[in-house]
Design a protein around this ligand. Structure first.
Ligand SMILES: O=C(O)c1ccccc1NCC(=O)[C@H](O)[C@H](O)COP(=O)(O)O
Length: 212
């Protein structure tokens, strides 16, 4: 945490990048297990990262995993499970994800356009929602900024739910993003990368410094 902002650094594939993020004050470290991502950690990398990072801070990120895949992510030792998905996924599937990992550990990242209301039917299944920038045809990790005032309105509408601001955050815009959105938890990935899956240590330092 820096000031009153909690921070997740996502898309890690190297232990040293995660350890630097922790040293700087990261609250959560994200490892992507989706095979459509340029930042996907292999099974061996995911196991190493999970074993190297503190309990309670390890987040496994995937896109609409099967039940078997989600159970396997749990076996790798992750604490929280961030699932990106399109709204055509049946509520029964979402209920099953919630049952498997626990509502308190499920971070739902629904893919919905800015002109559509937040899908409140999802609220019973997770305590935490990641609001990532919508881009047609891409489920998560767009690297583009979203609607920060819309995020502030969402938080005001559902005060008992934890929302995480994601999408295109960087050392250059994080201060303004937090000011406009009121976000208490932020998620950064491509904005602090040297290349997909590899963090740029100067950018990482710059991101945390900007919040200080
Ligand atoms: O980053 C990806 O490649 C990705 C692919 C599919 C689903 C999620 C993905 N990333 C999630 C994240 O890294 C973050 O949670 C978040 O979306 C922020 O990403 P960025 O806009 O790059 O900061």
């Amino acid at each position: 945490m820096v000031g009153s902002t909690h921070i997740k650094v996502c898309g890690l594939t190297k232990v040293e990048d995660g350890l630097l993020a922790l040293e700087l004050g990261a609250d959560y470290l994200g490892v992507i297990r989706y095979d459509g991502s340029a930042r996907m950690a292999t099974e061996a990398q995911a196991r190493l990262l999970s074993n190297s990072f503190p309990v309670g801070k390890r987040v496994c990120v995937d896109v609409a995993p099967s039940i078997k895949e989600l159970e396997h992510h749990g076996d790798l030792g992750f604490d929280h499970f961030q699932i990106h998905f399109k709204l055509d996924v049946p509520l029964e599937t979402i209920a099953a994800w919630s049952e498997i990992v626990g509502k308190e550990n499920l971070w739902l990242a629904p893919h919905f356009p800015p002109d559509q209301d937040f899908p409140k039917a999802l609220l019973p299944y997770a305590d935490t929602f990641v609001i990532d920038t919508y881009k047609k045809g891409q489920v998560g990790g767009t690297g583009e900024t979203g609607d920060w005032t819309g995020f502030a309105n969402l938080m005001a509408s559902y005060p008992d739910t934890r929302f995480i601001l994601a999408g295109g955050l960087s050392p250059d815009n994080i201060r303004e993003a937090v000011r406009q959105s009121g976000a208490r938890v932020v998620d950064v990935n491509s904005g602090v990368e040297a290349s997909p899956g590899i963090k740029d240590h100067d950018k990482l330092r710059g991101f945390f410094a900007a919040l200080g």
